[in-house]
Design a protein around this ligand. Structure first.
Ligand SMILES: [Zn+2]
Length: 311
């Protein structure tokens, strides 16, 4: 039987409705957005790490190749890791071959447990396994609720592939370039580039909107930014904050802030100011209007001062 005109209309209407329903479902699917072809990002919220919801503050996501999927960061709890995993299965049935962690901070790695599988490799900076070892106790006491009520040391998953130099991972028709950095935002920073779409997943080497948190080296971080500026990329997924469509948009404000921190802390030291005086004066008025400035800025000055006083 050939469909009548009316039937064809209903069929097309139904198909269009189903397609719309599927795409809105994808949007509701853990707020995942396809930010470049086969690159999906879930953006974290700007909540203080001491508050409820601290497990969902980092940007996390995944890249789909012809053969398999690579995850980039897993969130700050096993629960967030599970949500990410479930949302991936609604988009692709391909296996997850790599979980890449951009650095050691809890908000990027505690979801790893959700992805443990004999076919999945965990990948990180050459310093990451050691950094996780050093932080296991801290994670277990500080973020027990983000793991499980009976959490054990072994619930915090370390990388089994350590990256010492620029390295390529194959997903099938799609190559990722991983570049490790020396001490900068942390001691274990690694970036991921999807070569096909020129998408940079920077981890916390780039913050937008949310104030950067310095736990490594201020001078090292500024050097890392100089290297990142030379990359040929079109889309930037920062560790925190909105996706950017150019490197300049992604980096400018953070670079201004880190330079301000460098110059004004150096000046305070040269003027013989003590650390608490420096903390009381430098960028008190939050010139660049960062979110959570009150919470994080004085910790950054403390770190900068300790680094620069030995120059
Ligand atoms: Zn971090």
């Amino acid at each position: 039987m050939f469909p009548t005109k009316k039937f064809t209309f209903y069929l097309l209407f139904t198909l269009a409705f189903l397609r719309a329903a599927t795409s809105s479902e994808t949007n509701q699917n853990f707020n995942l957005t396809e930010i470049a072809e086969n690159n999906y990002a879930h953006l974290g919220k700007h909540v203080s790490i001491e508050n409820r919801g601290n497990d969902d503050i980092a940007n996390i996501g995944f890249i789909i190749g012809a053969d398999c999927v690579a995850i980039i960061d897993t969130g700050g709890s096993i629960n967030i890791g599970k949500k990410l995993k479930n949302s991936i299965h609604k988009i692709t049935k391909k296996p997850i071959c790599y979980v890449i962690n951009t650095h050691v901070h809890f908000d990027h790695i505690l979801g790893n447990k959700a992805f443990v599988n004999k076919n999945t490799n965990f990948v990180g900076h050459k310093n990451l396994a050691e950094a996780i070892n050093q932080n296991r106790d801290f994670f277990l006491t500080q973020f027990k609720n983000n793991l499980s009520p009976d959490a054990k040391m072994s619930d915090i998953i370390s990388p089994n592939i350590l990256i010492e130099e620029s390295t390529q991972l194959e997903l099938g028709g799609r190559t990722l370039t991983l570049i490790p950095f020396t001490i900068s935002h942390s001691h274990s920073d690694l970036i991921v580039i999807d070569n096909k779409t020129k998408t940079l997943w920077s981890g916390d080497l780039i913050f937008r909107e949310r104030i950067p948190s310095l736990t490594g080296s201020l001078k090292g971080w500024l050097e890392a930014i100089e290297k990142i500026k030379k990359l040929d990329v079109k889309v930037v997924v920062p560790g925190h904050g909105d996706v950017a469509s150019s490197l300049n948009d992604a980096i400018k404000k953070q670079e201004d802030y880190l330079n301000l921190l460098l110059n004004e802390t150096r000046q305070a030291i040269n003027e013989g100011k003590f650390i608490n005086e420096a903390m009381e004066t430098i960028d008190k008025d939050n010139q660049l209007k960062w979110i959570l400035h009150d919470y994080q800025h004085s910790t950054n000055i403390n770190r900068a001062y300790t680094e620069l006083e030995w120059e």
